[in-house]
Write a protein that binds this ligand. Structure first.
Ligand SMILES: NC(=O)c1ccc[n+]([C@@H]2O[C@H](COP(=O)([O-])OP(=O)(O)OC[C@H]3O[C@@H](n4cnc5c(N)ncnc54)[C@H](O)[C@@H]3O)[C@@H](O)[C@H]2O)c1
Length: 331
């Protein structure tokens, strides 16, 4: 089976390329290597004979001409930094929504199916605050699922990803392009080069490993109480593989995909795990100002994805952190 992974030199895209190549898929990447770390991932792809086409996917003419007709396109191409999305709005729309448009045009031309990596940030910011309040009060936890409200301000990044989702549904209706959309929460694992804007878990662990005290609890009065669920990359790759295998039966569906409640933790708990496994304790500072784009809470309800694919995350927090740590030490 032939597969194009767009954004194949990014964290998720490169891992999916390698995973599928190891299962003997005929896989290529298309990525303009816009990030410093994309170039590191490119080396990894090259060493495994996975070809990357260096094309700016927001340029329709260039992308459409790509001479590789695939059965399926896995769209991992994006500008996923939340905070910076409001600084250059057009750039964000170009790299998120316009790339999706061009990918859909290519899918239409080649009759390809589409798996789209969307985000938990399509949900409104205010709903995260509400669920955060309820989280400690209720026995039945009110998590985010496929039916959760999507109306309300969500960041430019969230807006452009939700617009992509909507465009995909229009292409399905008008041109019969079949799709699966994964609304992913926080993903981490080897080959993620964490920064403040993106890749929190790997940044947190890296700073601990290197005894680098330049680390802050940002916002929420510096409490470190903000909560996320965490999914490790191998579990996501396994899900994508299942989705390819079962595409004929399970298509034109949206799934919330994340670590789920078992793999959720607040920032203080993440600090504790990092301290335990590295043996290093940092003097973490506080930055009291809460960004208007930050959210205090995101945990995924895994009910639908479990029901359709019998899939659930196999890597728990501690194991995932150990795997990441070993990779960091080696690399
Ligand atoms: N990492 C996460 O925690 C997470 C969580 C939720 C959703 N997602 C989604 O998963 C996808 C992949 O995320 P990631 O963490 O791997 O991001 P990433 O930044 O590591 O990778 C994105 C890749 O896309 C490429 N790219 C961007 N614009 C391009 C363009 N115009 N033309 C060609 N290539 C371009 C970049 O060079 C980069 O290599 C994104 O769609 C993101 O929205 C990621």
């Amino acid at each position: 089976m032939k597969v194009i992974v767009t954004g194949g030199c990014g964290f998720i895209g490169s891992n999916i390329c390698v995973f599928l190549k190891n299962l003997s898929f005929d896989v290529i990447s298309v990525d303009n290597c816009s990030k410093t770390y994309s170039k590191l991932n490119l080396k990894r792809l090259n060493s495994l004979n996975i070809k990357n086409y260096n094309i700016d996917i927001s340029n329709k003419n260039k992308f459409i001409k790509l001479n590789f007709k695939s059965d399926i396109i896995i769209d991992c191409c994006a500008d996923p930094a939340v905070e910076t999305s409001r600084k250059d709005i057009l750039k964000n729309i170009n790299n998120n929504l316009i790339t999706t448009y061009n990918i859909l045009e290519k899918a239409k031309k080649d009759n390809s199916k589409l798996i789209f990596l969307s985000t938990s940030r399509i949900y409104p910011i205010k709903d995260s605050y509400q669920k955060f309040k309820m989280f400690y009060k209720k026995k039945n936890k009110d998590l985010f699922d496929e039916k959760s409200n999507i109306i309300g301000a969500k960041t430019i990044y969230g807006f452009s990803k939700l617009s992509s989702e909507m465009l995909i549904k229009e292409y399905n209706y008008a041109f019969k392009i079949d799709y699966v959309i994964n609304r992913c929460g926080l993903i981490t694992g080897p080959w993620q080069f964490g920064k403040v804007e993106q890749g929190l878990v790997s940044l947190w662990l890296w700073k601990h490993l290197n005894r680098d005290n330049n680390l802050y609890y940002k916002g929420y009065k510096g409490s470190g109480n903000q909560i996320r669920d965490i999914l490790f990359i191998n579990d996501l790759c396994e899900l994508v593989y299942l989705q390819i295998k079962k595409f004929k039966k399970i298509k034109n569906q949206i799934f919330c995909v994340g670590g789920g409640i078992k793999n959720s933790a607040n920032l203080n708990e993440l600090t504790k795990i990092c301290e335990e496994i590295t043996g290093n304790k940092l003097q973490i500072k506080c930055d009291l100002q809460t960004s208007i784009y930050d959210i205090p809470f995101y945990i995924t309800s895994l009910q639908k994805v479990k029901k359709y694919y019998n899939w659930f995350p196999k890597t728990d927090l501690r194991l995932g952190f150990y795997i990441l740590l070993e990779w960091m030490k080696k690399n």
